[in-house]
Design a protein around this ligand. Structure first.
Ligand code: PLP
Length: 377
């Protein structure tokens, strides 16, 4: 049996995803997966837990070197160890970037539709911001680069990127990255790139490019990275920012652990274990998620009222339900036994996002229930 086919009940684990709705609702909303982590991660936790003192912990040189090797191996990205700033989660990194990198009144550009914390970060820092859109091109959601150019103001100081994109799944190409970097360099804009989904690329021929790769460190870029999503331990959580420029790094890290805590002792262990021993599990995961993507695509194609562009990456399907013409569709799905993320959460009312990071039996059951709802519509 494929390990990812196993059904593992998440009852009694206080799961955010599984506890929000009634027990008989299949929750395909918030982005974690129903898969057991790789054995190397459980073993690393067991090893660390055996030592009975859990004091304040810093990132080891071994972990920093492992990340260095990982970025080189995966993305041919060469970094220095001191470019790394450790954080407990990528979301905290987004919020700290907005608060620490912008002066009052400085303007930011953020993606839309997008994961809601981009907008929340700017609302939290109280800086003005504009949203740049994605447009459909050859069945793929692409950033409207002209919109970015037009929206850039003399006081624009920060450009937030989500690459790969949640919810559209787009992986930016080398040419798109080069154009974005060129705009930022011309206007002296800092780029903060959320790359949490980088290791969830489903198209084997596509390659993640960290924003600072091949860029002079004098230019202001930062990648927010984490293995939380890929290896399915967001409840433990570790992230890091890669910031080549020293002054930008200091600005980002200033008073960092006043408002947010330093990462916890177990978080360092799981991330190191994932890097050192997680490859086989990761390859199996990508293979399984590719199959799930196909199951979802076949289902979407069987409904004339639904559309989905090609998803390069992530386990989050972004489905256009404009033709269903039902403002209550997500609520109706819940009544029909499935919880998805309503598009409003990402700034697109007629869409919904479906998390297919679950076993195929449950996924097929959820899709059958959703078909019943659509038939009654
Ligand atoms: C683009 C993006 N950034 C950040 C996060 C959350 O990351 P973390 O749990 O490390 O804060 C998510 C989770 O869905 C996400 O999709």
């Amino acid at each position: 049996m494929n390990r990812f086919d196993q059904f593992i009940s998440r009852q009694n684990t206080n799961s955010v995803r599984w506890d929000k709705y009634a027990k008989d609702v299949i929750p395909l909303w918030v982005a974690d997966m129903d898969f057991a982590v790789a054995e190397c991660i459980t073993q690393a936790l067991e090893r660390r837990i055996k030592h009975p003192i859990y004091g304040y912990t810093h990132a080891s040189e071994e972990l920093k070197e492992a990340i260095q090797d990982y970025l080189l191996k995966k993305y041919q990205y060469t970094i220095q160890k001191d470019w790394l700033v450790f954080i407990p989660s990528v979301v905290s990194g987004l919020h700290m970037a907005a608060r620490n990198l912008l002066k009052p009144g400085e303007h930011a550009l953020i993606p839309a539709p997008a994961y809601h914390h981009f907008q929340m970060a700017l609302e939290g820092s109280k800086n003005p911001f504009s949203t740049y859109s994605y447009v459909l091109q050859n069945n793929r959601w692409v950033i409207d680069l002209d919109a970015i150019r037009k929206l850039t103001l003399p006081n624009t100081r920060l450009l937030m990127l989500c690459n790969p994109h949640n919810p559209g799944g787009t992986v930016l190409s080398a040419s798109e990255i080069a154009q974005i970097n060129a705009i930022a360099q011309e206007h002296q804009i800092i780029i903060c790139s959320d790359e949490i989904h980088a290791d969830l690329i489903l198209d084997p021929e596509k390659q993640h490019i960290p924003i600072g790769k091949d860029i002079d460190p004098d230019h202001f870029t930062m990648s927010l990275m984490s293995l939380n999503k890929t290896f399915n331990f967001p409840g433990i959580g570790l992230g890091w920012a890669v910031i080549p420029n020293a002054s930008l790094r200091n600005q980002f890290a200033k008073d960092l652990h006043t408002l947010i805590p330093g990462p916890n002792a177990l978080a360092f262990e799981v991330s190191l274990a994932a890097i050192q021993g997680g490859d086989a599990w990761h390859n199996g995961l990508l293979e399984y998620l590719r199959q799930n993507r196909q199951i979802v695509k076949t289902w979407v194609d069987s409904h004339a009222s639904l559309q989905m562009a090609h998803l390069d990456a992530t386990y989050l399907a972004w489905i256009d339900a404009t033709l269903v013409n039902n403002k209550q569709l997500s609520q109706d799905f819940v009544v029909g036994g499935v919880a998805v993320s309503p598009g409003q959460q990402f700034g697109a009312n007629d869409f919904f996002r479906l998390n297919f990071g679950t076993n195929q039996m449950l996924l097929r059951e959820a899709l059958a229930r959703m078909s019943n709802v659509l038939e009654k519509n």
